[in-house]
Design a binder for this molecule. Sequence first.
Ligand code: AMP
Length: 540
Amino acid sequence: MQALSMDYQLIIPAILRRTRLLHGDKPVSSRRPDGAVHRTTYAELLRRADRLGAALRGLGVEPGDAVATLCWNHDRHLEAYYAVPCIGAVLHTLNLRLHPDELGFIASDAGDRVLIVDADLLPVLLQFRAKAPFQQIIVIGDGVTPLPPGMIDYDTLIDSTEGAELHGEEIAESSAAAMCYTSGTTGKPKGVVYSHRALTLHSLVLGMTDGFGLRESDVVLPVVPMFHANAWGIPYGAALVGAGLVLPGKQLDPRSLCQLFETERVTFTAGVPTIWIGLLQLLDAAPEKFDLSSIRQMLIGGAAVPESLLRGFAERHGIEVLQAWGMTELAPVGTVARLPARLAGLPPDERYRARARQGTPAPLIEIRAQGDAELIAWDDQAVGELQVRGPWVASGYHGAGAGGSSFTADGWFRTGDVVSIEPHGSIQIRDRAKDLVKSGGEWISSVALENGLMGHPAVLEAAVIAVPHPRWQERPLAAVVLRAGQQATCADLTAHLATQFTKWWLPDAIVFLDVLPKTGTGKFLKTALRDQFRGYYTSA
Ligand code: AMP
């Protein structure tokens, strides 16, 4: 029998048709470079997106062409998020914190035809412009500063173009809508290309109660950059459910964020742990200063979330933190750590422990983990490399990243994360495969030690790395940043860890630093630490 359901295409324009019709009056606020908050609505923003789409077509952009952005989180970046996929082109968000050589490589690997860039990032652009294939460069500026010759002013372009509503009826759901490069911590960055279908289904999961739980009444502030895995899908997910958006621009310090949370009455926010570690410190220092009572959910992902962070926000400030695990290759959501009903009655300590895990797979995401010889049992003891499959998981890499060993023969994506899985399917990330400490053939979890250290009241941040050792091949070394005004010695921290870990797991050395090196997306940059401390145990 032939199925008789409509062959309705799951495409970004379908999301935006709904936003226009039902949620046009919902607010989109952005922090501009001068600090002022610019306020608009989805209706107005989408009208400008229609004009941007028409203007890009006028510049010769064809379906399938890559249009790059080099921008902070703000309303004009959002216009590109909506316009580019709606003309069948591919939105390619460049990570403005990468090295110019890397940006040049990425732009040419993607074949970016047009670039939309923030005026204050022109100095970054000029460092890789010669290596990039951009035919046109559109600058988002203040309209006053003279542009370099040949570049186009964004607002002038929009104002001078008539735009009809972009319905995207001709777009197939399997076609490319957006692309993003991995952070390239293990070699060259690799291009991930998302289909319209992938991003649309991913948006639905953001709106599921046990997914991100985004809803119409939310006002969502993504601290996560729009160049980090599409700001975790929030620009499309919020538009789908009709939630308001607040985009923080380039001012990402805890104080500026708190001000926006307060004035815009933000209900939902998302970012990597390092952002929230800084924010918690500010709130602890002056809890009465900010009114964050509107926040109902703070989503943390992108790196392991120390239990102390969950406790700190909940117990001292009444803010519920939700952890999610994901990857650029997953658009990015893979698992979400909601507390299941069967654990609701447990004592608080056990509930925190459950929520500090990375959680269970989102609907339509399947998981398994490969041990040394076979797939591991879901007993939370065995560890193996996490593999995933699902409708928004990459099936391969673009350009120079194609090939390689990231996919199994039977079509699963190898994440490179080492996990254990408990019987109900909640994963615990034990490490990145490359970050594991292999001491005398036994493995030690750097993530567990970091979380233990960050549970000490004097510790602000901690990163643990494997350092070559003459006797044990590798031993852990901890790099620690103390909180301002706090003191702790190596012996204090080791004694603290010794209450939670067996003796041979304890770091042989704890070094105190002023800051930890971070990646372009705000994670601890362990490669830099490894380079710095490579000879620590061998040359001692
Ligand atoms: P990216 O593609 O840059 O977002 O990096 C993905 C990697 O970040 C994953 O493979 C994990 O190693 C790490 N990651 C993301 N979320 C979490 C989390 N909640 N806990 C631990 N590691 C995470």
